[in-house]
Design a binder for this molecule. Structure first.
Ligand code: PHE
Length: 364
């Protein structure tokens, strides 16, 4: 019996479908597109399945021929999918292999950053005081006028409180003009003994070759029973000898700060000329260029804590922790940028703030 027209029609449709699928799949460029086409032809609701629905209506004797044609079509479509995937893989591999990599080239070094000279100096000074049993404390840059001035025995008419010298911020606060308010914060927080150093930035309305509007200071406060001026000088001497050199001396010059009495400017013997004031140069002796021939360099302010500072703290806490009749203390403050200039021989203060890598990379 010749095959019914139904059979040959389906067989021809299946063969055409296979050719169409081969052409389409052969032109696809991604695996995702190929998989989508595969589902469109071979999936449960795909076009091959659609044609196979006709199978049930054929007489049983004719079904094998259609079944065979369907398997043939499926095999061709699967083959097209596999071939296209393989050729895409080859293209990708070829592209990967075509990249030329010279494994003998020197590597690209990663440049590590360095610590800022002001950070180096701060850490070094902190270490010296940690070794003496001091703790490192910090306070906020935005302060109350009371902590920055009133509690430090600095009256409202003191010139340092002037609008010209201090940055006032909204809400009546100020940018602290020195690290001394950390003395107050520390004493408000608990009873003596107190042994702290407080590094941090301070702000003044100055801006010229030797002053920047922000600069780092380091405050030192020691309060205990029987603290004397000799303790102040001994501590400063130890610091100078550790920081600048083992045989250098310290000189205290009478001065005035509202929050210390007596007060003194602190000079360290010039480490460059070792205090002699003269530099031996090939052309003969010359006045030392660092200390300008004096033999001394100023490093900060100091003094014995003024009793009014203790009284202000006691009045605020309601405790008599800092009774000036029973405890005494010393304090000093120094500019860290000045210390860094001296230590590293930097002659322009502004170098610390310009962030020129050629300058900064020299410190490590
Ligand atoms: N706070 C002072 C200043 O900034 C320095 C200082 C600190 C002086 C502690 C005496 C005692 O100039």
């Amino acid at each position: 019996m010749p095959p019914s027209p139904g059979v040959s029609g389906i067989v021809a449709d299946l063969d055409r479908l296979a050719i169409e699928a081969e052409t389409e799949i052969g032109a696809l460029a991604t695996e995702q597109e190929i998989r989508a086409a595969q589902a469109r032809y071979l999936g449960k609701k795909g076009r091959v399945s659609d044609l196979m629905k006709e199978l049930g209506r054929l007489p049983p004797a004719e079904r094998p021929a259609v079944g065979e044609a369907a398997n043939r079509a499926k095999a061709r479509i699967e083959g097209a999918v596999a071939a296209r995937l393989a050729s895409l893989g080859e293209v990708a591999l070829a592209a990967d292999l075509a990249r030329t990599v010279d494994v003998t080239l020197p590597g690209r070094g990663r440049r590590l950053g360095t610590l800022h000279p002001l950070t180096l100096v701060r850490r070094e000074i902190e270490q010296i005081f940690l070794g003496l049993g001091f703790e490192v404390r910090t306070g906020p840059w935005i302060e109350t006028e009371w902590n920055n001035f009133d509690a430090l025995n600095t009256p409202p008419d003191h010139p340092a409180r002037d609008m010209q010298d201090t940055f006032f911020v909204e809400g009546g606060r100020i940018l602290r003009s020195h690290t001394s308010p950390v003395q107050i914060r520390t004493m408000l927080a608990g009873p003596p003994p107190v042994r702290i150093v407080a590094p941090g930035n301070v702000f003044r309305r100055d801006d010229d070759a030797t002053h920047t509007p922000m600069f780092p200071q380091l405050e030192c406060l020691l309060v205990d029973k029987g603290v004397s001026f000799a303790d102040l000088k001994g501590t400063l001497l130890h610091f100078v000898q550790r920081f600048f050199g083992p045989n250098l001396g310290v000189r205290l010059r009478p001065s005035y700060f509202p929050f210390t009495e007596p007060s003194a400017e602190v000079d360290a013997a010039c480490y460059l000329c070792e205090g002699s004031g003269t530099q031996q140069l090939p052309g003969g002796p010359r006045p030392c260029r660092l200390c300008k021939g004096s033999g001394w360099i100023e490093i900060g302010g100091s003094g014995m804590v003024h009793p009014n500072v203790f009284r202000a703290v006691n009045a605020r806490t309601g405790h008599d922790w800092y009774d000036p009749a029973r405890v005494s203390g010393f304090a000093f403050g120094m500019g860290l940028s000045r210390m860094a200039m001296l230590k590293y021989g930097v002659d322009d203060l502004r170098s610390f703030y310009e962030n020129d890598v050629r300058f900064l990379a020299q410190f490590r």
